[in-house]
Design a protein around this ligand. Structure first.
Ligand SMILES: NC(=O)c1ccc[n+]([C@@H]2O[C@H](COP(=O)([O-])OP(=O)(O)OC[C@H]3O[C@@H](n4cnc5c(N)ncnc54)[C@H](OP(=O)(O)O)[C@@H]3O)[C@@H](O)[C@H]2O)c1
Length: 212
């Protein structure tokens, strides 16, 4: 598959490398693609650096990993190239009110409503991912989306990288995984993911996933 990575810093460059290792062709993008030579060097001939719209156009699946503060700018740069594209949002919002609507994920969805969004790969640091990658029992990576194509694609990419996708719910569940949410920094293997999700849901009043 063709994977586009928007934001090739600590997280994006790491995920790009693992995607390339698992045989995908990768386009890494940032506001300064000319500075991504070092990242491309780690893609083993399976990657190139491009401006954001070109990387999105190239991609079957986009990994979205810019800084939260500049995420709107990244969406603006991508423009209509995001329409109909599967986008996996790995960002964590900063400076937002956890208990107030909307979640970071919901905010991004509103900025690019024609993209097919999934939330995933945002709960754990690259250190943890690196340590657990490919080891049995596989580390669970929570996936939230309303869309079956986005769920399928996110699950495939996560599996290819050496983790176990675990579906945590639709868009309304994404806040559980974000900054301050009960699944953020939750390091569990796939056999314990169900219990971790149940525990996270118990921290919210019945029928109200936003905890209000
Ligand atoms: N680091 C982790 O372990 C980790 C784990 C889970 C989730 N996350 C989340 O992932 C996101 C990125 O974190 P990070 O630690 O990887 O940050 P980082 O090392 O600062 O990298 C951010 C990258 O995004 C690019 N970028 C910033 N604004 C952009 C824009 N408008 N358009 C395109 N590219 C842009 C930056 O390059 P330019 O400035 O040159 O554009 C840089 O390549 C954050 O939301 C963070 O919460 C990080």
């Amino acid at each position: 598959m063709h994977i586009g990575v928007i934001g090739a810093g600590e997280l994006g460059a790491t995920l790009a490398e693992w995607c390339a290792e698992s045989g995908h062709d990768v386009a890494v993008a940032s506001r300064h693609p000319e500075r991504l030579g070092n990242v491309v060097d780690h893609l083993g001939g399976h990657g190139a650096a491009m401006p954001v719209p070109e990387a999105v156009t190239f991609a079957d699946v986009v990994l979205f990993a810019p800084n939260w503060e500049t995420a709107p700018e990244a969406i603006e740069l991508a423009g209509t190239t995001l329409d109909g594209k599967i986008v996996i949002d790995a960002t964590n919002p900063t400076g937002t009110d956890l208990m107030g609507a909307p979640s970071g994920f919901e905010m991004l969805l509103r900025m690019a409503p024609r993209a097919h969004w999934a939330k995933a790969l945002n709960t754990l640091s690259t250190d943890v991912l690196q340590r657990r990658r490919g080891h049995d029992p596989l580390l669970a990576e929570f996936v939230c989306t309303d869309l079956s194509d986005a769920r399928r694609a996110a699950s495939m990419v996560i599996r290819d990288m050496g983790f176990a996708p675990y579906y945590a719910g639709g868009v309304e569940a994404a806040w559980l995984t974000e900054t301050g949410g009960p699944l953020q920094q939750t390091e569990v293997d796939v056999f314990h993911a169900k219990d971790a999700l149940a525990e996270a849901l118990m921290t919210t009043p019945h029928g109200d996933l936003r905890g209000r």
